[in-house]
Each structure stands twice: as structure tokens, then as C-alpha cells.
Design a protein around this ligand. Sequence first.
Ligand SMILES: [Zn+2]
Ligand SMILES: [Zn+2]
Length: 255
Amino acid sequence: MRKEKLSFIGISLLIFSFTLTSCSKSDNATEIDASTEGSVSVTSTVQSKYTTAVAISTSGNTITLKSNGTPNHLSPYWGVGKPQYEAPRTGYTVNPGIISEHTLAMTIPTNPASATIKEETALGAIGMALNGVPIYNDREGGNVPVDAMILTSFDRGGAHVGPSGYHYHVSGEFTTTDDANLVGFLRDGFPIYGRKDKDGTYPTNLDAYGGHTSVTADFPTGIYHYHCSNVNYLNAGVYILKSGSYYGTKGTFTN
Ligand SMILES: [Zn+2]
Ligand SMILES: [Zn+2]
């Protein structure tokens, strides 16, 4: 009896250690060597994923994306009478001002790489969504975090109009909700995705910048990429697209 028990423990240990070994093996297989950073070009994905509203040109080691910053979807911010106008949702109050055309240009590196010193994102455009609309961080004028009051000014896209025009702050129905959608690229050239990874799971190893290096639908060999925050912001059912510092070195964004 005792011998049987011992051999059972022995076999269990054997199985346990085998499971451990095979787990770490499969982890290693999907893990991307961080030293490959800077070797992945984003050019073809930028060219294929942005809508035709965004003009893309390359020069040397940079890509420039130009748009007029107007969305390709419904919003109360179009203004009453416009074809893409829709009424604000119940309980929401739009900011003054309507969607207007701007002359936006974002320049990013073709081969984004980690920056030695990480720079905080600031007020204003920190990236561009695939439809040419600027992405902002979690701050508003006065550099205060988006609060409950500001949340009520957002449309279904998680956007509103400010002094510099229409922009996204949080997740929304036209960019990402609970998925692995490619939202756009930030000024450092790295892509930003929804809350999930390609395999449908929520990443659990995000760094202080809200990203990690792994494969994505657009980069099958792996790339550093940001994810939309997975924190239900102020319990409002929306998720901050990006806060904190850039992972790479930011390019220019003119408005
Ligand atoms: Zn804003
Ligand atoms: Zn990911």
C-alpha cells in the first residue's frame, strides 16, 4: 500500500515536471526576442490598413500620414443637418463646436524602436487612427485626466471636438470595443490594438507603457505594440486608448 502511494507520487511528479517543461517550451516558441526590435518595418501595414482618406508617403526612414481629421462615421459632432449627423445619446451633452477639416500630418519611423529615455505623451495628438482621426491620451485641457463630466461629451466613437478638432480618447464603436482590432499607429511608429490579442485573450504581460512584443494579425513575425487599456474607465464602459509614456521615440504631428 505504502509503496503504491510512493510510486503514485513519483509518477505525479514526473507528469508535473513534464508539463512544466512542455509549457515553458511552447512559451519560448511564441516569445519574440526583443533584440529584433527596430528590424520590423511598418510601412506595408501602414499603406494597406489606413483608409483612402489618409495620404501616405515615405521618405528615407520615415512615413508621413496626412489627413483632414474628419471621421468616416456618424457623430453628433457633424452638426444638425449634416448627412453623418446623429443625435447625442441620452445623458450625453456635446461640446461646443462641430467637426471641421484640418491639415494634419504625422511622421513616424519606418522601423520603430525602443527609446532609451521614455517620453510622456502630452496633450494633443499622440497618434492617428486608421481613418485619419487623431488619437489623444487620457488628458484634457489643463492637463487634467478625463473625468466623468468629460466622458458625457463623447460620442459613440469615444471622441469629441476640442480646440484642435475632433479626436478619440477612449474605445468606441468605430475603432475597437472588445476585440483585437488595429486602431492605428502612435507617433513613435508602433501600432495600437484593442484590448485583446490575435488569439482572443487579454494580454497579461503588458509593460508600463501598455504594450508588449508578440505576434499580431498584421505582424506575423512579431512586433512591439500597444493595447487599449483593459480597465473599465470610471465604470463608464469605455477604455482609455493610451496613457503614460511612449515606448519609442515620437515623430512630429502637425495640426
Ligand atoms: Zn479631448
Ligand atoms: Zn498584444
